[in-house]
Design a protein around this ligand. Structure first.
Ligand code: NDP
Ligand code: OXD
Length: 307
């Protein structure tokens, strides 16, 4: 079996070592133009040239991330099965990250940190949990885990997805027709949508204005979901009280970007849920084995839908 590894900006060593250990006898090589045809490929943001050279001969292509937005601009043959990572150790990290951000906003920890840095010993008024309903956009592998984690802290949790879901302890909303109701009933907005044509720029002046006053935004989906200037305007107007952002239209975030200078925005460098090589390899190798037994495999991407 031949496996091609074509993952921009990814340190290949742990992947090659892990794949060699999991698949002794397989030939695993970093893709470069002109190399022999592979049977399977692991990709992250591959160039079109990789698709043109390899795609028609591949049995399957595995995206080593949950989001496949980097594949959407490419021309990929419809018959090539493309799979994405399903959780693979990322959902628990996402739940940690979002829970800490929600709790930070709810408990006013930024203010306490600022006070303590100034030597000020002072209590704020006790916040009321009921005043901080959280809305999670996207209830897939990440969003579901996040929504459930927040219910453990007794937050009122709303969830929005394309199709209407039914989740214990979460008030679910489905489709564009219910987006505005979902937003009106939420104060802290968590974005865990995939980025595609229907979701691009979805966090904008109109949708932010529908959130309850003193809103917060936690963007862990993709930078392209958020209209940056609209967030800054809503913070300046006082309608949005703060944000924690992990993903950006351009990464690394350019030095000149106004987010760096906005004290009410906390930034992290696309790190809310890191891809874990060992867990990801175990999932991919399990899927390759299932395919070779002729079994159906979950996590296939519908490139027309965009996720
Ligand atoms: P899933 O495919 O499992 O879930 C996607 C969810 O979004 C589904 O609930 C889906 O609805 C919903 N959705 C998609 N399109 C729409 C739409 N047009 N309107 C309403 N709902 C929609 O994805 P994951 O949970 O695995 O990952 C989600 C995203 O999180 C990734 O695409 C990636 O961008 C981001 N991510 C970010 C990471 C980071 O480190 N910052 C790490 C990992 C992921 P339905 O259930 O009806 O299909
Ligand atoms: C992913 C990511 O999509 O890390 O998996 O952003």
């Amino acid at each position: 079996m031949k496996i091609a590894f074509c993952c921009e900006d990814t340190r290949p060593e742990p992947w090659l070592k892990g794949l060699n250990e999991a698949l002794p006898g397989a030939e695993i090589a970093i893709w470069e133009p002109g190399v022999a045809q592979a049977d399977y490929a692991l990709v992250w943001a591959p160039p079109q040239q990789f698709i043109d050279e390899q795609a028609t001969g591949l049995k399957a292509m595995f995206n080593i991330g949950a989001g496949v937005d980097a594949l959407l601009p490419l021309t990929i043959p419809a018959e090539l099965p493309v799979y994405r990572l399903e959780d693979a150790g990322m959902a628990v990290q996402m739940a940690e990250y979002v829970a800490q951000a929600v709790i930070r906003f709810f408990r006013g920890l930024d203010q306490y940190e600022a006070d303590m840095a100034e030597g000020v010993w002072q209590h704020q008024r006790n916040p009321k949990r009921a005043d901080y309903p959280v809305g999670v956009m996207g209830l897939g592998k990440m969003g579901e885990r996040v929504a459930k984690a927040l219910t453990v802290f007794d937050f009122k949790v709303n969830g929005w997805s394309r199709s209407l879901r039914d989740m214990d302890g979460v008030q679910c909303f489905g489709g564009m027709a219910q987006l505005d109701d979902f937003l009106r009933q939420s104060r802290i907005l968590v974005n865990l949508l995939p980025l595609h044509a229907e979701t691009e720029n979805i966090i904008n002046a109109r949708t932010l204005a529908l959130l309850q006053p003193g809103a917060y935004v936690i963007n862990v989906g993709r930078g392209g979901h958020l209209v940056d200037t609209d967030l800054i305007a809503q913070i300046d107007s006082g309608h949005v009280s703060g944000a924690m952002l992990d993903v950006f239209r351009e990464e690394p975030l350019p030095e000149s970007h106004p987010f760096w200078k906005q004290p009410k925005i906390i930034l992290t460098p696309h790190t809310s849920a890191r891809t874990l090589a060992a867990d990801s390899i175990a999932q991919i190798v399990g899927k390759v084995a299932a395919m070779s037994r002729g079994e159906s495999v979950s996590g296939r991407v519908d490139l027309r839908k965009g996720y």
